[in-house]
Design a protein around this ligand. Sequence first.
Ligand SMILES: *Cc1c(COP(=O)(O)O)cnc(C)c1O
Length: 428
Amino acid sequence: MVHDETYEQRLMRARSFDAGDELAVFRNEFHLPKQENGEPVLYFVGNSLGLQPKRTESYIAEELTKWRELGVRGHFECERPWMPYHEFLSETMAELVGAQPNEVVMMNSLTTNLHLMLATFYRPTQTRHKILIEDHAFPSDFQAASSQVVWNGFDPAHSLLVLPTEETTAAINEEAIIETIHREGSQLALVMLPGVQYYTGQVFPMERIAAAAHAVGAKVGFDLAHAAGNIRIHLHDWDVDFAVWCSYKYLNSGPGSVGGCFVHERHASNVDLPRLAGWWGHDKGTRFKMKNEFKAIPTAEGWQLSNPPILSLAAIRASLDVFKEAGGMSPLIGKSTLLTQYLDVQLRNRLGDRIKVLTPESGRGCQLSLEIDCGDLPGKQVHRQLDASGVETDWREPNVIRVAPVPLYNSFEDCFHFVEKLAGCVEA
Ligand SMILES: *Cc1c(COP(=O)(O)O)cnc(C)c1O
């Protein structure tokens, strides 16, 4: 039996998996934070802040040099001018979320983009005014939806439709989502759900939800904060109306870096769609005529407001180049599935009586949410002990430790050591 193996045997097996992993070399593309003793930490919080690619520094330095040496002319007269700089990101970014380049733009931050999308796609009427969201939505998503309801003159008590979570697992039942959409159909203006639930790691069936929402005449938008760079997404083919995400989690672009936005081509090409506009969304050919007019760019770029922060976009470009070199999402998901499966099995074998994996096996990315059930030992204490032993995980009230083995830089050996250290904490 696997759990009768010795420490050495288990370690050797983890190392043999790493030896057979073609993506293992990409770990060396990243800076691993160090503990006080100089050893690298076991980093499992790429779902919260992805690690820094080693090349990011030189990509940012390139822009600082341009600024230093060219000043304002850096907008035009150089190899990668700032004026169209965001366009250099669109193709790779679009591939990662299953979109066409004209459907994707990197701009602002996640919550700002959510508001911009709601301004266009949440147009409530007296009969159709409800937004379907999940219970335990990320606070910012709840606050954005709720404030948009109020902003439009409606009452969240009537117009926010909250999907309940299951008591024991905190999961949301797929059939319940579809039933609710059918039941509320005629009053439903918008379905706004995550691609991956941040607390449980549950993946939502986006294609099915989009089809159900459209069948009752509602729009559908997804928050991909925990999905972009983590799971397989086909925004265009799934006919999603809009999506937003951030770039500092699985997309490794640095704290507070610029977010992403998807608008389906059939909307993006409609320049008459109402929106909150700014000059960077205006027709590029006449932008600098400085006239009192707005002629939207007929792509997702038509929702841009301002000229973007280039230093942040440079960090995104560095990160996207790493994804491209790794071969995009397909190989990464292949490894992610094996790595997460390995971690899950080790946890069940070693600690199944004290640690419950909340994340549904049938639908997950690389995040596992662990419910800690160790009698008198509080989960928060377990998390603190892990922290002190050089393992970076993430604590979420009331009782969950989230761990994300990220295929770009985590190894099977990382997962092995995590389980050993966790066992040390809860068996002590
Ligand atoms: C991380 C995250 C956010 C963060 O929003 P910002 O606007 O980037 O600060 C919002 N929603 C979800 C679901 C998230 O996971």
